[in-house]
Design a protein around this ligand. Structure first.
Ligand SMILES: Cc1cc2nc3c(=O)[nH]c(=O)nc-3n(C[C@H](O)[C@H](O)[C@H](O)COP(=O)(O)OP(=O)(O)OC[C@H]3O[C@@H](n4cnc5c(N)ncnc54)[C@H](O)[C@@H]3O)c2cc1C
Length: 250
């Protein structure tokens, strides 16, 4: 979406074909979020190719081949390589899993088989997003444990999503939070103050600082929880692209 914005600003969009390919069955893996993302991709003329697992890239032919048998010719490929842990020798060796991520208790953040060793951040196998926000909150949990307080990580994460053209949305979640669109149904009127306050309250506020206008959100069915409370659901602040806004900077 940011590439689309850049190309439009430079007057090159109509000369460019943008293809978003993914191994998942839809552009965004979680369906409620996909209901927001996929229409925006289509509105902006970004082609979507699902079930595309990269098998190999042939630079001489400028072609990416998938294990499913599809292929894409490219001028500029943007491909995320498989994500694995660092090649570091650990003792004991079974402290890491087959992808070399440190096996970490998802609540206490202690490394498997230890009482006094903690792990946080991208190097762990925690079943939550690998993000700076996650590492920050995991660090707070460890700090509390080291200070002798009860401490358990709830898997909480925050994700500002920059749609380009000054638009964006925001997701929060935790281990227990099912992905829901909140509330269900058509988009409601914007409650930008809620969302702005939420963004400003989060460690990710700098990541969201480029978002000048928030897409009309859905208000959480449960209201905005206190900062230190485990969210009961992923709160999805959603869609309804404002046509004029989308078209404005194009
Ligand atoms: C392009 C991009 C955009 C991102 N945007 C966001 C965002 O908007 N919001 C968000 O929350 N997160 C974002 N992230 C994710 C975030 O950057 C990471 O999740 C976060 O930095 C993880 O922190 P960490 O301390 O676990 O690891 P890192 O920040 O990767 O720190 C690991 C450090 O260890 C060092 N190191 C590695 N191997 C060795 C070694 N053998 N010996 C000594 N040092 C070593 C590395 O040099 C590095 O400094 C983004 C990541 C990328 C790549």
């Amino acid at each position: 979406m940011l590439t689309d914005e850049l190309l439009r600003k430079r007057g090159l969009r109509d000369k460019t074909r943008l293809v978003f390919f993914t191994p998942y069955p839809r552009p965004y893996p979680a369906e409620p979020m996909n209901q927001i993302v996929e229409p925006v991709l289509r509105e902006r003329g970004i082609e979507v190719l699902t079930f595309f697992d990269v098998d190999r890239i042939d630079p001489a032919a400028s072609t990416i081949y998938s294990i499913e048998g599809d292929e894409i010719h490219y001028d500029l490929p943007i491909v995320i390589p498989p994500f694995t842990g660092a090649d570091i020798a650990y003792t004991p060796a079974n402290a890491v899993d087959e992808s070399r991520f440190v096996v970490t208790d998802k609540l206490t953040l202690r490394v498997r088989g230890t009482d006094t060793v903690f792990a946080i951040g991208d190097g762990t196998n925690l079943p939550t997003s690998k993000s700076g926000v996650g590492a920050h909150l995991e660090a707070k949990t460890v700090a509390r444990a080291l200070a002798g307080h009860p401490a358990a990580f709830n898997g909480r994460t925050h994700c500002p999503f920059d749609f380009g053209h000054g638009q964006g949305t925001f997701v929060t979640g935790s281990y227990e939070a099912p992905v829901v669109r909140s509330p269900p149904g058509p988009p409601q009127a914007p409650h930008e103050d809620d969302i702005r306050a939420h963004l400003l309250a989060q460690p990710a506020r700098h990541a969201g600082a480029g978002i000048r206008r928030l897409l009309p959100p859905h208000r959480s069915q449960t209201g905005t929880p206190p900062r230190d409370q485990i969210p009961g659901k992923i709160r999805l602040n959603s869609p309804a692209i404002n046509e004029q806004q989308a078209a404005g900077p194009l």
